[in-house]
Write a protein that binds this ligand. Structure first.
Ligand code: NAP
Length: 467
């Protein structure tokens, strides 16, 4: 028995060295891409136990292959503003992995967009899409175009120019983009119309997050936010906890944040704070979601205006202060790297019970490790926010069959999917020696499905022996 343990330990050390070697190579090949490297490190660190048990993944160079995009497209997007000036932005699409289906992932329009951010988004999508058990590969894209302060006409012109190039790279069986930060139903409408004109066909499955009236799915708009809460509720249930009567803080007030708040409130929680890029509001009576929707979904205003209607509430400039408010459950739903070691320490000192990541990669590695060491229940984003892409895949299925499922049907499928992702991640965490660690569980469960498909596909050399 002791001899066996010694052998296993040696194997683990060898595999850790191998993983570190690959991470070193990735760092060398992708300098100046901190977000991408962070995303890779977070996944690869957790794969050691699965590599120890299945050395074939190393023999077949699965890590080396999975970390390299199948294709990275960068293009110019010129457009004319309302003053007749020509403006120039950069467009991107990364087609990361197509082992289990056509590339699928969002488009982000935000001034911070660059190759590193698009590659981090495309990479994490591999594992998330795999966890949904739907036939979808992974991609991501976007532009450094800032829709803020632009007129509808300017946004439409930009979208047309963006699609003029993107259209040649996408298609229902090739690559199916969706929305993300700065890209909602309105932008998808402009993009879809341009694609339709260029192709001369009505390919309803080429983009998801369409409005319901012309090919969207009921429930897609709410799916990411609702899915987060469904997942976290499962995690809480296992510890005899629930959203009911819990105090909740949500960062952001965009699509994901609003519908996470709506579902949490629906389950009996009191949401006391939310934010936008200008600052955060604290309302000890519980945030009034109708006011937030009016300000952020319809009037395009700053969240600071909330206090005009609710004078008891406070608006505080700056985003990170929101995490100093004591809460039972924190749902970071704004953007990446909102939660670092200091923020995590503050939440732990205030006795937070659970973190449900809503945004993509909202916590850095130090923060995640701190939460896990302090036994804070931690729901990682690849699992929690997979409800959005799941309902996008349901949207594709409906359009392929020319069907329309009701709100209730879509919501019940979403609930089943989120429960299944929770159970799958939990089981993988137990099987690979990290019981209850959903970061390890989600990464491994997402990896195995894609890695096995990649091994089945082998490589392209015709002289290779198939064993
Ligand atoms: P969105 O509708 O554009 O909303 C983003 C929100 O975050 C806005 O309220 C924005 O404020 C706020 N924000 C941005 N930077 C912030 C900061 N540093 N601190 C506080 N608030 C900040 O985008 P979204 O679709 O909700 O996406 C949010 C996150 O979820 C992203 O990480 C995205 O990748 C991820 N995600 C989205 C989906 C989806 O279906 N939409 C699916 C999976 C994952 P302003 O209003 O001032 O700009």
């Amino acid at each position: 028995m002791k001899v066996l343990e010694g052998v296993e330990r040696t194997q683990t050390i060898n595999v850790k060295n191998y993983v570190n070697l690959i991470i070193g190579k990735v760092e060398k090949l992708n300098p100046n891409e901190p977000e991408f490297l962070q995303a890779v490190k977070e996944v690869f660190d957790s794969l050691v136990p699965v590599l120890v048990k299945n050395p074939i993944y190393m023999k077949q160079a699965v890590l080396e292959k999975i970390v390299e995009p199948e294709r990275m497209i960068s293009f110019i997007v010129p457009w004319v503003d309302s003053y007749d000036n020509t403006r120039v932005n950069r467009g991107f699409r990364v087609q990361f992995n197509s082992a289990i289906g056509p590339y699928k992932g969002g488009l982000r329009f935000h001034p911070s967009v660059n190759a590193s951010i698009i590659k981090f988004l495309g990479f994490q999508q591999i594992f998330k899409n795999s966890l949904t058990k739907q036939p979808i590969g992974a991609g991501s894209g976007g532009s450094d175009f800032d829709p803020k302060g632009k007129s509808d006409l300017e946004i439409m012109r930009f979208c047309k120019s963006f699609m003029a190039e993107l259209s040649r790279h996408i298609g229902p069986y090739k690559d199916v983009p969706a929305g993300d930060i700065g890209v909602g139903e309105k932008e998808i409408g402009y993009l879809f119309n341009e694609y339709k004109k260029i192709r001369g066909t009505y390919e309803a499955t080429v983009l998801s997050v369409k409005a319901v009236g012309y090919g969207g799915s009921f429930g897609r708009k709410k799916a990411t936010g609702y899915g987060i809460v469904y997942f976290v509720e499962e995690m809480l249930k296992d510890k005899r906890l629930s959203f009911n009567k819990s105090t909740v803080i949500v960062s952001g007030s965009g699509n994901v944040a609003i519908y996470a708040m709506e579902k949490a409130i629906g389950l009996g929680a009191k949401v006391v704070a939310c934010s936008d890029s200008t600052g955060y509001i604290y309302d000890s009576n519980g945030v009034n979601l109708e006011t937030i929707k009016q300000l952020k979904e319809r009037d395009n205003k700053s969240i600071s205006d909330y206090v005009n209607e609710h004078p008891d509430a406070l608006f505080i400039e700056g985003c990170s202060g929101i995490w100093s408010i004591p809460c039972d459950i924190a749902l970071p739903c704004a953007t990446h790297n909102e939660i670092n070691r200091n923020v995590a320490s503050l939440l732990i000192a205030n006795e937070v019970k659970a973190i449900g990541e809503g945004a993509n990669m909202p916590s850095n590695l130090d923060a995640i490790n701190l939460f896990l060491r302090n036994n804070v229940l931690f729901a990682p984003f690849k699992a929690t926010n997979a409800g959005g892409v799941s309902v996008s895949a349901l949207e594709m299925a409906q359009k392929s069959k020319r069907l329309i499922w009701t709100k209730e049907e879509v919501d019940s499928k979403l609930q089943e999917i989120m429960k299944d992702i929770y159970q799958t991640s939990m089981k993988a965490s137990q099987k690979y020696g990290a019981p209850g660690n959903l970061v390890v569980g989600a990464n491994i469960a997402g990896f195995v499905r894609v890695a096995d498909a990649m091994i089945t596909h082998k490589v392209i050399n015709s002289d290779i022996s198939i064993d």
